[in-house]
Design a protein around this ligand. Sequence first.
Ligand code: T4K
Length: 419
Amino acid sequence: MFSTNTKIKNNIYDLAIFSKIPAFPEKLHVGRPNIGGRENLLARINDMLDRKWLTNHGQFVQEFEKKIAEYIGVKHCIATCNGTIALELAIRALGLTGEVLVPSFTFIATAHALQWQEITPVFCDIDPKTHTIDPYRLQQMITPRTSGIIGVHVWGNPCNVEALTQIAEQNNLKLMFDAAHAFGCSYKKQMIGKFGEAEVFSFHATKFINAFEGGAIVTNNDDLAEKIRLMTNFGFAGLDNVIYIGTNGKMNEASAAMGLTSLESLDEFIEVNYRNYQCYQNELADIVGVSLFAYHKEEHSNYQYIILEINEALTGVNRDTLVKILEAENVIARRYFYPGCHRMEPYRSYFPHAGLLLPETEKLTQQVMLLPTGTSIDGESIVKICHMIHFIVKNANSINRALVKPLSSETEQKNTLSP
Ligand code: T4K
């Protein structure tokens, strides 16, 4: 399966973790930005400078919002300076209070956007198959203080929208979605962005469509959209007239220029991500204990994350060791979302025993790792990474033994001397 020129380690002491040369001269990151049409971006930046209109809902932001709304098939899109502020705005505009049910298996921004407004995130466990909030468990966690639910379409994989919608309706709760990962993805053939009261995207540099920093709230609710738009601009309803408490959540024109340029390459980025995903799938297929998270074949996906679950009982090597070995080779795998929001401050102090109700989250945060993808990596590098994972798993026992051995005096000296 592997071409011979990608076979880079002959024995375990060739691994960089044992002070040998890394397999890659430069670091390969998860989240390397896709740049797209540089000339188009620069032309837009020049245009923006010529027009001397840099922010405050300028021409590019308006165009960006229109394109996003059209692409999804939703009435309103409000572009923001990032996804976190977009979450905060949507939460506030929806009037969420008290407690809101969220998964702990998400980026910390989902929880912080609530706590920042003194709303308590109540962490609910996930379905281990989808990595998204488990509607069955969620139902059991509703209390009189619960005002809403934030589902997170983790990896762009949709939540069980139907079940969540039903639960929200039956219990008179507001439902919104953190769709930070899910631009370009669908649920039952409908584009994500159309569900709940509102959905929130992130266009951070590490997302497959980026606006340097950026976010957006999409909704079909006219009143909500109007409120959010006002709140994004300090609550101004025309000059000298403020009608809400608002913030500065505006996207600037340079970000929108990048966002528009990025959108022009959307199909190409997805194609590259898909090709990378297929390559990982082929190359990792026969490693027992290493499973690649599978995207729904029948849905639209952006394939922007390559997610592995490592079953130590089968591989003989645990996720953290694998991450360390790869890191030494300059493959910077990431442990999203380790250790889970409930194990981060302030939540671990507020709810020290939250983990007892989150068995699947606890398990998954120990097993998941992400690998580099996107336009910055080529097929040959992917094959090389997979070959290394193969090699590590095949030699797990000897590697584990060698890693616990005291360092030789030569290595010890090298490590002491290195900066
Ligand atoms: N909800 C969810 C579910 C989210 O995942 C996120 C963000 C949000 C809400 C909030 O949206 P934003 O407010 O961010 O718009 C990264 C991103 O910063 C974050 O946007 C993302 N999710 C999260 C999953 O990943 P970090 O701290 O792990 O990675 P970071 O930003 O250090 O970047 C990762 C790697 O990418 C770097 O080591 C190097 C490379 N990189 C990064 C940047 C920024 C580059 O090569 N060039 C770059 O410009 O959070």
